[in-house]
Design a protein around this ligand. Structure first.
Ligand code: ZN
Ligand code: ZN
Length: 346
């Protein structure tokens, strides 16, 4: 805040507020954390969140709006005493932004990346939580792979995976569980449908668990029955790209160069089928900084938790993706998800 010459910082992002105060509310809850450069930090809540916030939030004073009081009125009132010059924010709802711009006369609204950037590097407590979330995802993916057989529907596979994760303690899911079989596996975001899985299909299972707010992310691709020569070759190629990244990723390397490592293994002929970035940062959000893609300008550092997920997708035919959640350490990388890779009869 000093570097940006801010006299106050405002966030309404529930995950940032959990990160800064330890109070976890549901996505979409109306919370405002007001961080003045000098005075005490205030967490402004609606009446329904007040008691929970008072019990859980640390390092701040919790204030509740009155029942029926308009959120933006209350926020403007509170900010008038906290900011006179430069109010920083990472992201704000547009309506709130417009209201603040008109109501806080003489105050400049300054876009920043203060919390986004802090969240890139995980401390040991955060890594422990992500590690646990990864174990839950392993349980989910193993249950899914066990459920996959000809005649089973995609949603039944997803249900088994989610049940296994829930039973092990996952608080919801990091994102909608993806089970995409046959030609649908060519959709990288193929949420599960009622399609019946068939012999010879490629099936992609991509899922994530959540432990105390922290996410995990894992993908495995299998074939139902022995793979055709083509599918076997595809699976081997993507596994090779994935493993090569794991060997070469370390602090100080540019994320775009790591992406290039995977793309090089895939080769020029197949490059056009690798239609997404290699990976993404993961933490309280399923997608956060840093980004591993061709256009990324991020440089990796120890404490980043990112995914390594090369994939290829052939429209009308199917796709292959292998993904693990990994921790960048001072020496290189540690794989946090541990589910085995399916092996196939020769
Ligand atoms: Zn994933
Ligand atoms: Zn991912």
């Amino acid at each position: 805040m000093q570097e940006e010459r801010l006299d106050c910082y405002l966030t309404m992002n529930v995950r940032d507020i959990y990160y800064l105060t330890g109070f976890q509310d549901i996505p979409g809850a109306s919370l405002s954390l007001i961080v003045p450069a000098r005075d005490e930090v205030t967490l402004l809540t609606r009446p329904l969140s007040f008691d929970a916030a008072t019990a859980q939030a640390t390092d701040c004073t919790v204030k509740g709006l009155a029942l029926g009081e308009n959120l933006s009125d209350g926020l403007v009132q509170e900010l008038k005493s906290s900011t006179q010059k430069r109010l920083g924010y990472d992201d704000l709802p547009l309506q709130i932004y417009l209201r603040l711009a008109t109501s806080l006369q003489g105050v400049e609204l300054v876009p920043t990346s203060l919390v986004i950037n802090q969240r890139r590097v995980k401390d040991t407590d955060e890594v422990a939580l992500i590690r646990r979330a990864c174990k839950l995802a392993d349980a989910g993916v193993e249950a899914a792979l066990e459920a996959i057989r000809a005649g089973t529907r995609e949603y039944e596979v997803a249900a088994q995976a989610e049940y296994a994760m829930r039973r092990s303690g996952s608080s919801g899911f990091a994102f909608e569980t993806l089970v995409a079989s046959g030609p649908r596996s060519a959709y990288p975001h193929g949420v599960c449908s009622d399609r019946e899985i068939k012999q010879g299909d490629l099936v992609i299972v991509d899922l994530g668990a959540v432990w105390k707010g922290y996410c995990s992310d894992i993908t495995r691709t299998v074939t139902v029955g022995s793979p055709s020569l083509k599918n076997k070759r595809l699976l081997e190629l993507i596994q090779e790209a994935h493993d090569k990244v794991l060997n070469e990723i370390r602090p100080g390397v540019e994320a775009a160069d790591v992406d290039a490592v995977a793309r090089k293994v895939v080769g020029e002929d197949c490059a056009r089928y690798f239609i997404h970035g290699l990976g993404h940062g993961i933490g309280l959000d399923i997608h956060e900084a840093p980004t591993l893609s061709q256009t990324s300008r991020d440089v990796l550092e120890a404490g980043n938790v990112v995914t390594d997920e090369p994939g290829m997708y052939f429209p009308g035919y199917g796709g292959v993706r292998i993904e693990d959640t990994i921790l960048i350490t001072s020496k290189g990388a540690e794989k946090l998800t541990g589910a085995s890779y399916p092996t196939f009869p020769q």
